[in-house]
Design a protein around this ligand. Sequence first.
Ligand code: F3S
Length: 292
Amino acid sequence: MKIFLAEHRGFCYGVKRAVDMAISSLDLNCPVHTLGPIIHNPQMISHLNELGISTVDKLEEIIAGKVIIRSHGVGPDIYDQAESKQLQVVDATCPHVKKAQQAAHNLLLAGYKVVIVGEPHHPEVQSILAWTNQAASVVETLAEAEALPYYSRLGVVAQTTFAADRFQAIVTILQAKCQELKIERTICTATDLRQQAAINLAQKVDIMIVVGGKNSANTARLASVCQDTGKAAYHIESANELQPEWFTGVQTAGITAGASTPDWVIKEVYEKMEALNMTDITKVENGSIIEG
Ligand code: F3S
């Protein structure tokens, strides 16, 4: 069996930057916390915990030390609260998210009714909304766009990971909802690149292994675009979940991984598949079935 890795896989730029910033902020003289899990990956969270970086849900839980703002970003109130508590802020907001926050804020200041196209409960959308002082409307579906009243000036920003085709469909509806429409194209290409690379690879191999947290939406989406090519695709969180029977009769297998999957988790999966592969070769050479 030949094993291939998708050209674009694993950590995106913003997540890698946030994890690197968290690790470099380790300090023996003061406690370090992340406000919310820094990435949707349980192995990485426990690795950071072992290093001494704890995760808190609310700023109130921190007495002193450093607070790391994750790639999804936060609203201006959190920076203010951190300052009044005299915490050191390590701002790991992804620059693409920062751009969306600033765009929304500037549209509001310029007198536009701001529409954020995204998932209402996603922490990034919540952070962008906070930069409009909760004045923006969040629209996720075509029906929600249709239901908006008429405005003279609409300003649109997108959740960075929103699907580009659905964003465009929503923008088309919004065009008929106002006199003037200003569009800030804040979608990041990382998600698309991963999905396209996964589809390209799935088309060439017999099966796909998709690595990432079970609660990671972008990993689940990668598994579903692979399955849409007609190939078997298995979503696993770690190498332990690989089942030898998946590889029976398989000549070529591909690996991809969600944007919050660390390289070492991908490497473990690759090595375990190679080990299964060696067992398989032994089977053929000996002409008899051995454990595997
Ligand atoms: Fe940033 Fe794009 Fe990743 S917005 S966090 S680089 S998916």
